[in-house]
Ligand binder design. Structure first.
Ligand code: AHR
Length: 661
């Protein structure tokens, strides 16, 4: 009797404590729900904001193949006698530079490359310089290779130098490793034509595909990626890796679209393409923004594998960009099987490239590039951000052809650029009719939108295609740049994605990368200059979800779920079958602290618990390359009393609670 009373008393006390809290989050641990898809919380790579050349791609030389148009010397400063010729050794990149001596010992011929907003090098680090060269008139000529700081008060502009002797009349590749004697974020590369004694003599040399890479790239690949940027991706533990865009898939015109076949094979012969973002915004205008395709589909598949993500290529559906450019029939390929043949072939050949055996044409190319094993591609996006009948009729033809040949591939369609309204709705209807496996929806929206959408995915049809929240980011009205004040709403919104794990199978924030000197679009997830990196507050939100995604969603009740348009304490919970943890995520979007009880119903006593806290209360705060650690998660122990955590979640703060069973 006494014992019974004690238990009743304890239960009463507990429920009193619980109801006194602003929010009681009750997690039903006995009923693990839908599996959290392994593809959850991924990344979306697009070459916008100098994300590829000048960003993730390790190449430090701009316009290395002299193919930028209309000025083939864009990015180069030529001095002396320099000519551009077009019968070079690489048929798809035929231009090269001919250097001819000036005929006087004190007059020099050569080239200076400015890099991407300069060339970033670090003291004592090694850089691999390579060039294709020949001496067409015979004899011996020397190429003096220098890292320089042109604007310096020091005696010498050059701080590192090496000489390459060229004796062959035929094109040959020459390589030299330079050890930088200085750290310089905005160095340049200078090439002098000289005779064997290092003087300006007489003679001619042709140079092509002039390249400079850090030796220390991600995983040491020679055609590699910037280690710090690739590491930032790997650290997130992203479930899916979507590439190569974005509007870049579509192009300003169809000729300008991303053509994956141009991005594979030897790098020297991957034809250049004008980046579609070079002229999109005249207030951020970059006439020197091209795609070398050095970071191409092979590299994307390899990176996906190396960071443990599911690869998700997106291909063009025979349509130029509707959103940013013209939207009429004449901008697109004819909507017939014949008119779309090239696009259908691109899909089928890509599947062969990724998965085909090494005795197929494209499978063999993959093997020749160094990966005989298949990449095991399972997902294919057809069209980016397209809408209306223009799209519906084309995607049907392309998707049917893919399905017929490869029923094992999941097809991702799109609901266009709108997150609601007529075009969005007819887009979803069409995708349902066409039985797309997933629908890619995009929402770059203000805080007010996010506050209206707390229950967005609770309402979704459970029988139709699954959701891919393929591009999204939050900003405040009129404030389109990174600030923690917006990131807290991303965290709160994503709890709704997580609670609906049965319907939302993938989600990727966008855009991913941005060079501080060369951006076109904000906010972005990771910022960098030539040597430094800053992971934004939004990066940490994404990382915390991805690193703690668990294996099954757990049903929760929230005693004080916010109304549409209001701030709130939003939560989601998962069970992680691999680590034996209950993981509860709580985001407080209020401007003041809130008391919260997390009751793990069905659990008697937790073994231990910790909290990972991301303080986003500094509204204007953000990590920058000068101050990269302002906003970062920090870990602390948490008291669990029986099955309950009674805590206070500070204003504008996101917390991940991890409780060991
Ligand atoms: O992420 C920037 C752009 O936003 C993407 O290229 C496009 O899909 C969307 O309009």
């Amino acid at each position: 009797m006494k014992l019974k009373n004690m238990i009743l008393g304890a239960a009463l006390a507990m429920s009193l404590t619980a109801t006194a809290q602003d929010n009681v989050i009750t997690v039903n641990t006995a009923k693990p729900g839908a599996p959290v898809q392994p593809t959850m919380y991924g990344i979306f790579f697009e070459d916008i904001n100098f994300a590829a050349d000048g960003g993730l791609y390790g190449e430090l030389v701009k316009n290395r193949s002299f193919e930028f148009t209309p000025d083939h010397l864009l990015g180069w400063q030529a001095f002396g006698k320099v000519e551009i010729l077009d019968d070079g050794p690489f048929d798809k990149n035929p231009h090269y530079a001919r250097l001819r001596t000036m005929g006087h010992g004190d007059w020099w011929t050569g080239l200076v490359n400015e890099g991407f907003f300069g060339i970033g090098v670090e003291r004592d680090k090694e850089y691999r310089f390579s060039v294709y060269a020949r001496v067409p008139d015979g004899g011996t000529q020397m190429l003096r290779v220098q890292l320089i700081e042109p604007y310096t008060q020091e005696e010498h502009q050059e701080f590192t130098q090496a000489d390459i002797k060229v004796t062959s009349r035929d094109w040959q590749k020459y390589t030299v490793v330079l050890k930088s004697r200085k750290t310089a974020p905005k160095a340049q590369l200078r090439l002098f034509l000289c005779n064997e004694n290092g003087r300006s003599g007489s003679g001619v040399m042709d140079v092509e595909h002039v390249s400079l890479f850090p030796v220390d790239t991600w995983k040491g690949h020679e055609n590699g990626m910037r280690r710090d940027l690739a590491q930032a991706l790997a650290d997130m533990k992203p479930g899916v890796f979507r590439f190569p865009g974005g509007c870049i898939v579509e192009g300003v015109t169809l000729e300008n679209r991303y053509q994956w076949k141009n991005s594979v094979g030897p790098v020297e012969n991957r034809p250049q393409n004008k980046n579609r973002w070079e002229s999109t915004f005249t207030y951020r205008y970059y006439p020197d923004y091209f795609q070398s395709y050095g970071l191409g589909f092979y590299e994307f598949f390899l990176l996906s594998e190396e960071i443990g993500s599911e690869p998700l290529p997106v291909l063009n559906v025979g349509m130029a960009c509707q959103y940013q450019n013209w939207n009429n029939e004449s901008a697109h390929a004819p909507a017939t099987e014949e008119g779309l043949k090239e696009y259908i072939d691109d899909c089928l050949d890509l599947i062969e490239f990724a998965n085909g055996s090494t005795d197929t044409k494209w499978g063999k190319l993959r093997a020749d590039m160094g990966h005989p094993e298949p990449f095991n591609m399972k997902l294919l996006g057809i069209g980016n951000e397209q809408w209306d009948e223009f799209y519906f009729k084309r995607v049907r033809i392309v998707a049917d052809a893919v399905r017929k040949a490869h029923p094992e591939i999941k097809i991702i369609g799109t609901s266009g650029p709108d997150s609601e309204g007529h075009n969005f709705e007819i887009g979803w209807e069409a995708m349902k009719r066409q039985k797309a496996d997933l629908v890619d929806e995009h929402f770059y929206r203000p805080i007010s939108w996010f506050k209206n959408e707390w229950q967005r995915y609770d309402r979704y049809d459970r029988t139709g295609p699954k959701v891919f929240a393929g591009e999204y980011a939050c900003h405040d009205r009129g404030k389109k740049w990174n600030h923690a004040g917006a990131s807290i709403y991303e965290a709160a919104f994503i709890t709704g994605i997580e609670r609906n794990a049965d319907v939302v199978h993938m989600a990727t924030y966008a855009p991913l990368f941005s060079h501080v000197d060369g951006w076109q679009w904000r906010p972005d997830m990771i910022w960098y200059d030539n040597l430094r990196v800053a992971k934004s507050a939004s990066y940490w939100v994404q990382a915390l979800f991805a690193q703690n995604k668990g294996t099954n969603v757990l049903p929760i009740t929230n005693s004080n779920f916010p109304r549409k348009g209001e701030d709130g304490v939003l939560a989601s919970a998962v069970w992680d079958g691999e680590t034996g943890e209950y993981i509860v995520k709580v985001a407080n979007t209020f401007g003041e602290a809130k008391t919260v009880s997390i009751v793990l119903q069905g659990l008697k006593q937790a073994a231990e618990a910790k909290a990972i806290t991301l303080d986003l209360s500094n509204y204007d705060g953000e990590n920058t390359v000068d101050n990269p650690h302002l906003i970062e998660p920090r870990e602390s122990a948490v008291q669990v009393s029986g099955n309950t955590i009674s805590t206070t979640v500070p204003a504008k703060t996101f917390v991940v609670y991890k409780v060991k069973k």
